[in-house]
Design a protein. Sequence first.
Length: 310
Amino acid sequence: MSEAPRELGGFCYHAARGFLDHLGEELGDRDRVDGELVTVLGERRRAWWTRNIWTSPLLIEFSSVGEAAAMLREIQRNWAPLPARLHRRSALIASKLPPLPNKPKPFPFAIPDAPMGAFTLLDEHLLLASPTCTSPFPNGEFDFVEDHEGPPSRAYRKLWEALLLAGAMPGPGDRCLDAGAAPGGWTWALAGLGASVLAIDRAELDPRVAAMPGVECRRGDAFALRPEDIGPVDWLFSDVISYPPTLLAWVEAWVESGLAKNMICTIKMQGADFDRATTERFAAIPGSRVLHLWHNRHELTWMSLEGKTP
């Protein structure tokens, strides 16, 4: 029998899809890189361009595929393989572990509370594994059961994911502002929850969305309006394409006004760059949380929720 697992003494950061360079910029010096997985020894570092962070990594020596699976099962049930190398051997180990749920999920659903682990092979007889991770989903990945008829775009999936992770969502009696709403994917999702939505955009909303109960359309630039022009809202949303500093100035005006209880906005990066300075200013807003969603692209999601701490 091989030796007992050994604590690594660091953290492993699984990069968001296609953004390993951005993650490297955030982390600085690193101890090793295995595909999309970046290992840094020592204290945990702030990193936004991740899909998952391994919070308790272990080194596990084993002599056979069966022993590797047995040692993982002794620690806990749920393990997601991340094959950076030795793909077939990783698949064989995974085949001897309990299967993971991988069907698309209907919205809304309860986020699993059981720990989700992850493992990768460093060589034929050495596993790097973490029984706890920041994401409750295997390697941070999951899909919704999609609506292919109602929404005018697929952007609603971002909003659904953000609301799930926020642990709160609007409903009947809540007033929402959707800035830059056209063609109306987020407005469709919010109205579907029973909330009232003020949708503002220079362009027209999809007529089917505009006709939904509780939807009020206003043509114009939401960023040109002062909070006092709109009045109190329970939820403020923005998925508009804008420069991050422009979005930040608008958000800061709403924060200062105190007229928005909850806020969720997409920070869309321009070109191939990562506006780290502006993102840090978003993160510095009290009660804020910045993260990369599984359904995000070259963008981050910022949220601030009443009564919740990040």
